[in-house]
Each structure stands twice: as C-alpha cells, then as structure tokens.
Design a protein around this ligand. Sequence first.
Ligand code: BG6
Length: 484
Amino acid sequence: NQIDPFDFVIFGATGDLTMRKLLPAFLRRFHAQEFTEEARLVCVARTALTPEKFRQQTRNALKEFAAETAKDTALLDRFLELITYIPLDALAPDGDWGPLQAELNEPSRTRVYYLATAPALYGPICAALSRSALITPQTRVVLEKPIGVDLKSATEINDGVGQFFPEDAIYRIDHYLGKEGVQNLLALRFANPILEKLWSSDAIAHVEITAAETVGVGTRGSYYDESGALRDMVQNHLLQVLCMLAMDAPASLSGDDLRNEKLKVLNALRPMTPDMVRQNVIRGQYSAGRIDDQKVGSYTDDLGRDRASNTETFVAIRTKIRTARWGNTPFYLRTGKRMAAKSTEIVLQFRPQVWSIFSNTPSPGRLVIRIAPEEGLSLVLAAKDPGVGGFRVRNADLSMSNRQQFKVTYHDSYERLLLDAVRGNPALFIRRDEVEASWRWIEPILTSWREAQSPLEPYPAGSWGPASTRALLARDGALWHEDM
Ligand code: BG6
C-alpha cells in the first residue's frame, strides 16, 4: 500500500543523522516502492549550498550508508530528484522563508517537518513556521531526541512546540521503538499466554536490560560530554524498553492505548532519593583498554583534551516498579560505551526451585531476549545431564534467531518510524507525558550526582563496566548474564 504524495522537510539537513540515517532510510523505502516520485524531500540547513552540491553530498553519503541499495544508480538518480535543498537560518530575524513557501505549494498534501537541529531551536522553528503560514491541518512535526536536558527544559520545549501543534501532530522519535526486537516484545508477551503467565514477580527473580556498545564517543564528543550516558541512553531508550517489557496489556495497539500503559510503568518507578542514588546507581567512565585486540584510548583521549571530564560513559541502575505485578523484582538497567561487546538484550531470570530432588542444582533458568546485534530468544532450562552414572541436571539452551526463522532482511529502525510519521501512526512515538515522566524519574539522579559529587568510577575499555557493577547485583544474590 503505497503512500500518497507527501512533503517531508528536514531541518538540520547537513547533519550526521540526515546523512547516516534519514536519507538512507528514505532511499530504501523508495526502493521498496513504498512511495513514488511525487514525494518531495525538502532539506533545510544554514549552510549556503546549491541543491546540486547538496545532492552530490547526499549521493556520496548514500553510497556509504545505504551501499547495497545505492548500487542501483538508476534508482539512486531517480531518488536524488526528489530532494531539494534550501539554505535558511531558521532563527535569523531576516531569514527568508519565501523559498520554502514556494516549495510547499500543495497545502492539501501530508506535510512532515523533521526537526534534527539543536533541541533549543524546536520551539522557535515552529513559531517561524506558523508566522510563515506553513502549518496546515495535514502537518505533523517530528522531534529528535534529546527532548531537553532535564524536566524544566523538556517542558519548555514541549510548551514551545505545543503552542503551534496539537499533541496528536507531535511525533517524538525514539529509534529503539523502531527496532524489530523491541516491537517483538509486544508479540512475545501478548500473543503467548504461556509467557504472559510467567511475567511477574511470582516467577521472575530479576530483570536485566543492557545496551552495551563497543564504540567510543567518536566525533560526537562535544554533544556527549554535555550529555553523558544517563541522558543519552537511559532517559529515553532504556526506559522505553523497560516500559514495553513491564507494562500491562494495552487495550489495543493504537497510539494512546499503548502509551497509556507505558506511562503507568514510568509513574510506578520507585522514586530516587539521594540515598537511593548512592546505593543503586553506578556511574563510570572508560579508561584506556583493548577492544577486539586493538588498543583503544580513554574517554579523555577520545575527547582530545588534557583536562579530565566528569561525564559518565557508563551507568548501571537498580530499581523497582511499584505494582502488584512487579513489586518484588529488581530491575537492573545498564548502558555504556567501550564495553566488552555490542549487545542489547533483556534477561529475565527465573526464581529458583523451593525444593530440589536432585543432588546438584543448575541455575534456575532464564529467558534472554536479544535485540542487537541479532534479534532472537534463548530459553535456558534444566535438563538431565546425559549419561548412565547417577542423575545430574544441567542447563540446556533453546535458541531462536529471528533472522533464520523468518528469512527476511531486517530494516533500520528509521525506515519504519519515518514512514509511520508520514502515514500518521503515532503508536511508536513518545507522548509528552511519557517524556516528562521519564525526566521526573531521572532528574533526582542528576541532581544527586551534582550535589553529592558522586564518584566517577573508571573501567577499562573492553570490560563490562566498573567493578562495583557486580556488587549491585550481588546484594540480591544475583549475577549479570555474562557472569553466569
Ligand atoms: C543514540 C545515542 O540515541 O543511540 C548514541 O545518542 C548511541 O550515543 C545510539 O550510540 C545507540 O543506538 P543503537 O541502535 O546502535 O543501539
């Protein structure tokens, strides 16, 4: 089902995200014939470039970031025809919005503004769009993360945009919700009654949610050093995964039903007091080490400066969800750069047997949901250790790889999300109250770190984080997955 012709306008179009993610995603969807040549991709940024020059840059980027699809040069040529470039300083009082008005000359079309600029510009850009009469009833706006750096700034951004767009036209993107593995949580939980029966503190001793990366901060140091892992990954991606994992069944998959249930999880998170932060949150920063047998430098080396930084590149958090379903199960969240492996996964550790008739007790079993690098599941159970002497039990693994099972090509999460925004399906975007509830929970951690000057614990690049990360689970008699 092909989408009707639409106008998609990207602000901040010369940035990394547009070249690495947005335009490659559109190229692949164009290749899949999800929309036709009548669609227009209008790229806006401050840099003075001609459309030809911008298309040339885009061509190079697509050859790198959508290499397979871009090999078809006829297709690539046709795709580049959809793109125009308009140089515009959206904040300049004398900025000329005329060329954009001239380009967007079909008010009845679906129109999407994608704001990939600094978040502080979201409100002012929306104000300028409104002044220039560029907002039609068919217009939506997509906001990239981060929505603010704390609750106050998030509220200001939401207010700023909300003056010009109704909430149902505001699409806050979190690319984790575009991942197959994250969406699959809905199928796994709500299409498998046998699993849903296990989904509570009755059966689950603890839950781990890990998003570990081997990459360092790369060229994003100036952004990252202001942000840190808690704002960059936990406030958005990890909390969204937690919501999808822990929420009750929504009445339907429609936008508000799903988001109402996620919001309940965020509101049920045990609030962080300063004491709680000291005992349940670990912040780390990578020092030099080895990854894949290569020597890599420390975080400050990567920033390219002499003075030390106080920014965390690793966080681990122990929390609880105050509901009848989950009240007795600790949830551990952790994320970091320069860790031992690229791995995004969820582990649900089952409770041990109350009494065993066997002479040895293997681990009580667990369900591992892998999201990256490969989507899949693994259910670890106990089985008889084969052999004739005695009777011992040991763990056996029932594994499924989604890729092998379904034999399909997996898409980048932006492919799904961009076209959902064009189609007007908000289910996988974040509602205002969710963003604000996330910040409400995160903010005391930030404050407490600032006020109590929480120590930043070093961890060698290529490890699983600071040594104290183990102790966080040991308190509950638990082990991280890689230690099992
Ligand atoms: C982004 C963060 O939102 O997510 C990056 O800003 C991080 O720092 C990235 O590397 C991780 O995404 P993924 O899809 O590779 O897990």
